[in-house]
Design a protein around this ligand. Structure first.
Ligand SMILES: Cc1ncc(COP(=O)(O)O)c(C=O)c1O
Length: 380
């Protein structure tokens, strides 16, 4: 089944009891059992819920995985992932990961005796330099937030296999429409479904998908034991979102490429990060790994906090807000918003200066977006 067909049909069948074509929101905590020791596949909604199951199957199918486990947020999914580890274990993580992932790793898991080696995941040498007999996992993002670094996915998956590590890709920015890490050999794909998969900025959720049966069972156990699961209404909203993922991503990519090309010509823009521009160091790799487009996120540097403040204040259409991946265009200031958890020196070493703005390009008309950016760049 091709991507857009699977997006609409995978994991979903007309409801057997009523014929409802759309998966109902099963707003129930518990399920009647016909007799002792027999159930109809569901017992209690923390363990499994039919709306959540449909979403788990749907996203798993889009990523080329057999199983999925959905959680209350992207961070709850990452928390479940790290619960697969034991004290003394080490994780190699890309130093370009989302600030919240860095925060849970360094402030919560290191206390529990799980250690993280943050490296430049673009180079095999930096991975080789930190791997130890205690290393169990490698966790990366591509493209990264906010400077859109591109990691070599087949290289990382090969490194993980050679060293017996579980490989995990946070595929939130690319989505399975543009890139499927499991096809490159990754074991687990993680998403903040809050972003493109839901796509409408009206819920928060996360998911882990895998083809590894043992890992899938352990994740189900974590859902049941720790309970950080996604509720049925959020699962239903997200299921509605994934149906249009393909068409939305096409438009996000078209708009973003046009806007990036326009921004690159503006004198006020000191630096631009978009993997669809040939000047981006990850351009060639992105073309190979993301054959259908370069995504909807652009970051650009306006040189100083004052210029950035004036620009953001004068925007009329694009909204200053955390998050990304919705149909509407959002602007964020990484240094004070998403990456505030990182010490200044570490932030600046990653290119996250006070003048850096991240734009999540929506699916509005690109002419209107360019007009808004243009007037805000001219404002004094
Ligand atoms: C790349 C990435 N991973 C994980 C997360 C965390 O997801 P959530 O906000 O759904 O908990 C985010 C949130 O911004 C993100 O951008």
């Amino acid at each position: 089944m091709k991507f857009s067909t699977a997006a609409i049909h995978a994991g979903q069948e007309p409801d057997p009891s009523t014929g409802a074509v759309m998966t109902p929101v099963f707003l129930t905590s518990t399920f009647a059992q016909p007799e002792l020791g027999r159930d109809k596949g569901y017992t209690y909604s923390r363990v499994a819920n039919p709306t959540r199951s449909a979403l788990e199957k749907n996203i798993a199918a889009l990523e080329g995985a057999a199983e999925g486990a959905a959680f209350a947020s992207g961070m709850a999914a990452i928390d479940a992932l790290f619960r697969l580890l034991s004290p003394g274990d080490r994780v190699i993580a890309s130093k370009h990961i989302y600030g919240g992932t860095y925060r849970i790793a360094t402030t919560m898991y290191e206390k529990l005796g799980i250690y993280f080696d943050f490296v430049d995941a673009r180079s095999a040498e930096s991975l080789a330099a930190v791997v130890t007999p205690q290393t169990r996992m490698i966790f990366i993002e591509s493209p990264t937030n906010p400077t859109m670094e591109i990691a070599d996915l087949p290289m990382i998956a090969g490194f993980a296999q050679a060293h017996g590590l579980l490989s995990i890709a946070d595929n939130t920015f690319a989505t399975p429409y543009l890139q499927r890490p499991i096809e490159f050999g990754f074991d687990i794909v993680m998403h903040s479904v809050t972003k493109y998969l839901n796509g409408h900025s009206d819920m928060v959720g996360g998911i882990l998908v895998t083809n590894n049966e043992d890992i899938a069972q352990r994740l189900r156990y974590i859902q049941k034991a720790a309970g950080g699961i996604m509720g049925p209404f959020d699962a239903w909203l997200c299921l509605r979102g994934t149906k249009t993922l393909g068409v939305r991503m096409q438009r996000h990519c078209e708009n973003a490429l046009r806007i990036a090309q326009w921004l690159a010509e503006q004198p006020a823009v000191r630096m631009i990060y978009y993997p669809g521009l040939p000047s981006h160091p990850g351009y060639e790799l992105a073309k190979k790994q993301m054959p259908l487009g370069f995504g909807g996120i652009i970051s650009f540097d306006l040189g100083s906090l004052e210029r950035t403040r004036t620009f953001l204040k004068n925007l009329k259409l694009c909204v200053l807000a955390e998050s990304l991946g919705g149909i509407e265009s959002l602007m964020s200031h990484s240094a004070t918003m998403t990456h505030a958890a990182l010490p200044r020196e570490e932030r600046e070493a990653l290119g996250i200066t006070d003048g850096l703005v991240r734009m999540s390009v929506g699916i509005e008309d690109a002419d209107d977006l360019i007009e808004d950016l243009s007037q805000a760049l001219r404002a004094r």
